[in-house]
Design a protein around this ligand. Structure first.
Ligand SMILES: Cc1cc2nc3c(=O)[nH]c(=O)nc-3n(C[C@H](O)[C@H](O)[C@H](O)COP(=O)(O)OP(=O)(O)OC[C@H]3O[C@@H](n4cnc5c(N)ncnc54)[C@H](O)[C@@H]3O)c2cc1C
Length: 286
């Protein structure tokens, strides 16, 4: 039973993740870049409390920055604050983030902060704002959280670059919208705010209705908008968007800690029919 479970997990993970090593993310990035798709590379792992895992993660991102530069890849990096020490202490978190941002800035590589559980939003925003004086940093905001509208109001006028997503986590009723419809309605509302008040932002979604709505808004506002999807989900659509002149990106995780990430993707896929449909549908780029 365990063997079958491992096999199924690996089959799913292989679809969503580049592979265990930096070289896998670089090779995958080259493929996506050749189709007009930028990559947003994440080293898998989260909720670290021990020094070794945190240090190993920082070292890996430092090497990743070097590999991206040496290979001439068009890629951003995207980091989870709990990889850098959010659950350990504020000083560790801040010094690790600053170290990576400083290194990335030397090579003009853009650094995103992923957004994790609702309880970590304040610390993540604070961390983000600590480096906002310089260029090349962005933060993810989730439409499932009721507070996100206020968060955008606070950080957008400061020149923040936002990646808007629906959110891969859940929270309590008083903090979050609890139906898919409500989360999507809020996505649409927050997206409207970004078009009206922002200049550069990324829309991370596979929701074609939201993408179409965004494209209609962009005809009016002409913003610097990037459309981004996760590796393995409807990437052919992204390629077609690129061909018709849109800026597009794919979020590309690599590393050995693929279980938590893959379970979030499985949960989102919702039911077995959708999972099978998505697995069977060719994801090959042309
Ligand atoms: C670039 C990018 C960065 C992200 N960063 C973060 C982050 O930092 N923090 C965070 O909480 N979340 C992040 N996410 C995940 C995001 O929050 C959502 O969980 C995920 O994108 C699904 O939401 P959706 O907007 O695609 O809409 P949904 O309403 O969930 O899905 C719309 C349609 O997309 C397809 N689809 C969606 N998911 C799957 C799947 N797993 N398998 C097959 N088909 C699927 C289905 O056709 C579905 O009907 C990111 C997503 C992207 C694209």
């Amino acid at each position: 039973m365990k063997g079958i479970q491992n096999f199924i997990e690996k089959a799913f993970a292989g679809r969503w993740i580049s592979g265990p090593a930096i070289q896998d993310a670089i090779a995958d990035s080259k493929k996506f870049n050749s189709k007009g798709i930028k990559t947003i590379i994440n080293y898998l792992g989260e909720s670290f409390t021990n020094e070794y895992e945190i240090t190993e993660t920082v070292d890996t991102y430092m090497r990743l920055i070097r590999y991206i530069t040496e290979n001439g890849i068009n890629a951003d990096i995207s980091i989870k604050p709990t990889q850098l020490g959010l659950l350990k202490d504020a000083d560790t978190l801040k010094s690790n983030y600053s170290k990576l941002v400083a290194e990335a800035r030397k090579s003009k590589i853009f650094v995103w902060l992923d957004m994790e559980e609702a309880d970590y939003v304040d610390a993540t925003m604070q961390l983000y704002l600590s480096e906002l004086d310089g260029a090349g940093v962005g933060i993810c905001i989730q439409s499932y959280l009721k507070r996100s509208e206020e968060d955008i109001r606070k950080i957008l006028p400061k020149g923040s670059v936002i990646r808007l997503v629906k959110g891969a986590y859940s929270s309590t009723k008083n903090k979050s919208f609890n139906t898919r419809e409500a989360v999507t309605a809020n996505y649409s509302k927050l997206m409207g705010m970004l078009f009206a008040q922002g200049t550069e932002f990324t829309l991370g979604t596979h929701d074609i209705n939201m993408i179409k709505e965004a494209q209609a808004l962009n005809n009016e506002y002409k913003r610097n908008v990037t459309y981004a999807m996760l590796k393995g989900i409807n990437n052919k659509y992204l390629q077609d968007m690129s061909k018709s002149g849109n800026k597009v990106a794919v979020y590309l995780p690599f590393g050995k800690r693929w279980i938590a990430y893959s379970y979030r993707r499985l949960k989102e896929a919702g039911h077995i029919k959708l999972i099978l449909k998505s697995l069977m549908k060719s994801q090959k780029l042309e």
